[in-house]
Design a binder for this molecule. Structure first.
Ligand code: CU
Length: 518
């Protein structure tokens, strides 16, 4: 269980970092003039980290509790989330200040069914405003929990919507403009799992915390005594040299089932992972951000940048132990070695050890077809937009302006968004409201891990991603959705834009950007 020792802490979070100058950082990252120049500006660049094989994973993995809910007279499922400050003992007897929902760290797991109407009664017991964004969720813009839906201290906000998308591993986290990195680093994050009839019928492992296990991976710095500390910083943002999973350092999970489903969530602010098994067995990917793949795919590794999710299956033998690791390399990161070295792209970690009981409950075989994913027809594309990710945290040359709508989308149309990272440094791209398909990567068909529904992609340097997405409904000229780099420091620096979904012929209420030709 999560170590919950909530207490009022009327102080600002400690995990705030100085804002380094962009030009220095990006020049360094690109040039690889690593430690020497960093020493000159008072920042110690993270060096490569390898913690594999170092220590025993002797702590039981904390499992976030399932969120309580009640059902209203009209059938709406109602949850409650309260953002709170408290303390967490990552090491017994050593308290760190942390934030959580309904507790001192992370938040409960919300579960809902396709077709259900849900309401989340959000309250804010922090001393500063925050928001709760439903990452990956298709919903009206005013329910999205972005920077326009701030919840003041002691205030409440109750977004309500109908779950209208396939079974998936989604998550929630704050999205206050300029403060997202620190709010997530303090511990505000949780999972939101969606089920549907088709997924249930597959007979996949579905016993929460037993054979269907949330795996929320975050990195942090720790003092020798085990208090949480500021992480070191690369161009990507804060990069801790240690991992916590569901808030547990060095965790293991006892399993008594032959087949186990792990729901991997990269809830780190900056670090990307390349998940693989320590004994070299393939990692069986069954779902990406927005739901199931058409079929399970055996991979050497599953790369997840911040915000991305993957569901994987692992078949255990009685009595065995196997370590989930992250073994990133410059090749997997798609970065030059010098840039990779200072942005976590050469780092290896033990993540979570699975320990199988001597007798395991047998599992049904996994159906060869998990779902059918209908491809979008490119001939139906109504609008093509281009997004160039800059190395000084702008998109198409502009930093985020909460008073400007950058793109106006007509409801009920298919769009092509071409996203390019022309620089040598890492970025990513996340779109609110919709799940998209990756039509091509540099003109080639996407690899299997990008072949399903996605809402966030890592954007490798000098690579062009063609995304297709349909904006089915929820026209609202008054309220924009966001698209942004999901490296949270970049997002906070303004690497974000706004789009409004409107009725045909309508204009967004907010000032529209004028420099795009469609
Ligand atoms: Cu970025």
């Amino acid at each position: 269980m999560l170590q919950d020792v909530p207490s009022a802490q009327p102080r600002r979070p400690r995990l705030r970092r100085p804002k380094a100058t962009l030009t220095t950082l990006s020049a360094l990252a690109a040039g690889g003039l690593v430690a020497l120049a960093f020493a000159g500006c008072g920042i110690v660049a993270p060096g490569p980290v390898d913690t594999t094989g170092d220590t025993d994973f002797d702590r039981p993995l904390a499992i976030p509790p399932l969120a309580d809910s009640s059902v209203d007279a009209d059938g709406t499922r109602v949850f409650a989330l309260d953002a709170q400050a408290g303390t967490t003992e990552f090491e017994p007897g050593v308290e760190s200040e942390t934030w959580g929902f309904n507790g001192s760290l992370l938040g409960p797991t919300l579960v809902a069914d396709r077709g259900e109407r849900v309401r989340v009664e959000v309250t804010n017991s922090l001393e500063e405003p925050t928001t709760v964004h439903w990452h990956g969720m298709h919903l009206p813009a005013e329910m999205d929990g972005g920077p326009h839906q701030m919840v003041a201290p002691d205030a409440a906000w109750s977004p309500e919507w109908e779950i209208d998308q396939p079974a998936a591993t989604l998550w929630y986290h704050p999205h206050p403009h300029g403060e997202t990195e620190s709010h997530v680093a303090m511990g505000l994050a949780g999972m939101f799992l969606l089920h549907d009839e088709q997924e249930r019928a597959l007979g996949l492992p579905a016993d929460y915390g037993v054979d269907d296990v949330p795996v929320i991976v975050q990195d942090s710095g720790f003092s020798a005594a085990g208090a949480r500390e500021d992480a070191q910083r690369g161009y990507a943002g804060g990069l801790g040299d240690e991992l916590v999973v569901n808030g547990t350092r060095r965790p293991h999970l006892e399993v008594a089932d032959e087949l186990v489903r792990l729901r991997l969530l990269n809830a780190s602010t900056a670090r990307s992972y390349a998940f693989a098994w320590g004994d070299g067995r393939p990692i069986e990917l069954i779902a990406t951000d927005g739901g199931l793949l058409e079929a399970s795919v055996p991979l050497e590794h599953v790369r997840l940048s911040p915000g991305e999710r993957a569901e994987v299956l692992v078949r255990m033998a009685p009595g065995e132990r196997v370590m989930l690791q992250s073994r990133m390399t410059p090749e997997i990161a798609g970065l030059e070695p010098a840039v990779a070295a200072m942005n976590g792209g050469s780092d290896s970690f033990d993540v979570l050890e699975l320990r199988a009981a001597d007798e395991l409950r047998p599992a049904a075989s996994v159906p060869s077809t998990l779902t059918e994913i209908q491809d979008f027809d490119p001939a139906e594309v109504v609008t093509t937009r281009h997004f160039e990710l800059g190395d000084s945290f702008e998109i198409n040359g502009d930093a985020m302006d909460m008073g400007r709508v950058d793109e106006t989308v007509t409801v009920d149309t298919l769009e092509r968004w071409v996203v390019e990272n022309p620089n040598a440094v890492p970025h990513s791209f996340h779109v609110h409201d919709v799940q998209f398909r990756v039509a091509s990567v540099d003109g080639e068909a996407p690899p299997p891990e990008l072949a399903g529904w996605k809402d966030t992609i890592f954007t490798e340097p000098e690579t062009e991603y063609e995304l297709l997405m349909r904006f089915d409904d929820y026209a609202d000229a008054d309220t924009p959705y966001m698209y942004h780099c999901h490296l949270l420091w970049h997002e906070d620096q303004g690497m974000m834009g706004q789009f409004a979904v409107v009725e045909p012929g309508q204009r967004a209420t907010m000032t529209e950007g004028t420099h795009h030709e469609h």
